[in-house]
Design a protein around this ligand. Sequence first.
Ligand code: BMA
Length: 852
Amino acid sequence: MLLSIIFSSCSDIEENSSMILNSKWKFKSTDDTTWLNIKIPGSVHLGLLENKKIEDPFYRLNEHYVQWVDKKDWEFKTTFDIDKSILENEFIDLDLKGLDTYADVFLNNEPILEANNMFVNWKVECKNKLRQGKNELKIVFHSPINEGLEKREELAYLLPGAENDQSELGGLGNKKVCVFSRKAQYHFGWDWGPRLVSIGIWKDVELKWWNKAKIEDLYIQQKEITNNSAKLIAKLDIHSSSNQDIELVLKTENNISASKYVRLKKGDNVLNIPFEIDKPELWWTNGLGKQKLYKIYAELNTNNQTISRSETNIGLRTIELVRENDSIGKSFYFKLNNRPVFMKGANYIPQDIFLSRVKPSDYEHLIKSASEANFNMLRVWGGGIYEKDIFYDLCDKYGILVWQDFMFACAMYPGNSEFLENVKLEAQQNIKRLRNHPCIALWCGDNEILSAWNRWGWKENVIENQGEEISNKIWNDYDTLFHKILPDLVKQLDPKTEYWSSSPSSAIGELENKTSGDMHYWGVWWAKEPFSNYKTYMGRFMSEYGFQSFPEIGSIEKYTLPEDHDINSEVMKSHQRSSIGNVTIVEYMDRDYNEPKNFPMFIYVNHLLQAEGIKTAMEAHRRNMPYCMGSLYWQLNDCWPVASWSGIDYYGKWKALHYFAKKAFNNILVSPDIDSTNTLKIYGISDLSENKNATLEIKIIDFEGNILWRKSRDIIIESNKSVIYFEKELGDLINKNNKQNCLLYTKLADSKGNILSENILYFDKIKNLLLPKVQPKISYRQIKDGIEISISSDKLIKNIYFRLDITEGHFSDNYFDIVPGETKTIKFISDKNIYVSDFTSEIKILTLSETY
Ligand code: BMA
């Protein structure tokens, strides 16, 4: 219903209604006397680094030498001036958006807050503690390690898990404390992360003043969306200082959608204001349509003045997690605007161990990179953080759905009421903060806890060492938090979004299996199973799988000295946190590749190995749609320079994996496969909404360019399906004599000859291929936003790699093969001005045949 318009023109809200308090901060450890300047938001480690009191913890082994930092208490202070006019306001709140983690806050020496959760936005009414002129704000942070140890002592039993907590490195022996603090779990160490337990102010500090009434929250619930209209309800939480009548105006973009006088009671008020948007434009994921966002404003007016305003972006869309019985078990797929969508993407971890230094441009680079690689989903994994607003704004903008975990991973957690109340507060705040974002697709309780308890021997261990009663207690606490508290909160605060209790699982509280639910497949890597198992180990939604590589060679050079350039050097081993990391990389490399001649070549081959392995998985998952409806590999990015499963390293460099993902996740994919009966099957997979005419070209050629066999046919690529468009027994076509010297090239092209997707399949292990030693012909051309590069060769070139360390930007493709006789044109795109001469003098080129 559109309410009658009774809008009166109002003067603007006093622009000056808040003040950021991020400047002039100093800090010191509580047992020191010298105050040092510190940038806020910031952390103790960063402050010490800025003041040259410690060396960069990411460089070589420095992380090991700063383990004392988290054992101390630290105090931060600043001063700020308040003038009389501010004090004349009815209410003044101190808004501490992120304190990491145990913090006593004092205003003019009076205690105003004891904080104990880094995921909570603390707000304190503080008018009566402020004074005209100079004020002092002081925050005393207690060591998260000492707090954790105390809580661990208090608990009468031991909690299983937390194996990623690198307590040894932190000097605590086997005392794992991460689970006791509502603090990012990866800070305590992970199998891709350092042990750097941060302390500090990780988000802004703000002082806000207001009078009469304030909008605390603006939530837009989407009731019904049709072609003609979107029926919405604006739900407002308003705090009022008295019983009063006030005008409430709701605007969509710049149009008034509703306006009415409302009676507010003193205290908290909840208002539901229905409104409509005509001819709504829907929000779609990347690759399926536009990401239309509507800005909604709510204003409270009184006496011709706007006294409070709130705004939010929404996208009009429906999102469902479809769980229906089917011939296999139970489906697990997302329907966006009533359309089933295959989810393509990766798992996301925080971008730095020191969160405050992640810049908006870093967020932009990463999310844009995800969209450029044709992602439509990221899973914000539970051992990190509920990300900052900018992350979700960018996901809205680039059309990337978010599978949002609550922040629990790989451990059993305490279940006392203090802990649970703290979690409730955190969950409430974060659900409310994020629920308007169209990108939010799913709330998920935890990472891998259900599987670990039941399948990794945790339960048996507890029964054996601590008895049945403790085991029941630990399980009941789990049950309360993940099967009651969190789903209830989601239902109450964001009823349109599904809750999934644990990743992986097959239903609430039920273990993962192949016929329903989501699945983490780690047989490749942890059990050293062959990459080909990705083709057979298929679940309904693959939410984790992965393989490791080191950072880009140019990135390695940033944290090492040349003498460290051996994967068994102390420095390289320290930047590898998987217990089986280096040996596993080498073992898989030996299976498929010749031993690389030197360290940089090893790194390059490692990237190929990872990319080829994960390509096998991504394509197999897509070929198996609709049985499988999601493929999220582990992991998108890094939080420091390290060997990890990431496709983009800490410095933002795309590894081979990210380039391979871009192709494997393209809306249209041609994917050849040879099955166990030696039958060649060529799949065409389309995520598009419409059928598409295309020509399928298939040829078997030798590495010198002789065509042994070719076929071409016109096909209609069916929308949102995986279809086999060609099938043939390979028979004698490929035999012992030519297996190592020929390849299958497949291409889908549109009627104008534009390539929709191309793919190459080899008939033997890469190390057995008789790769010609040949120089590619390369030409460079200046274009508007970068450089165009054309590469051709009369013989096969395998995995040409263009390396550029200094200039920021990336290639449209890299690490690809040049088929004899074909010319490939790629681009290097950069925000910076770059000229051919500079580019050619910086660029280094490597191909696989040079590495052995
Ligand atoms: C997954 C994740 C992480 C871990 C990764 C690699 O299970 O959930 O806990 O870092 O495996 O081991």
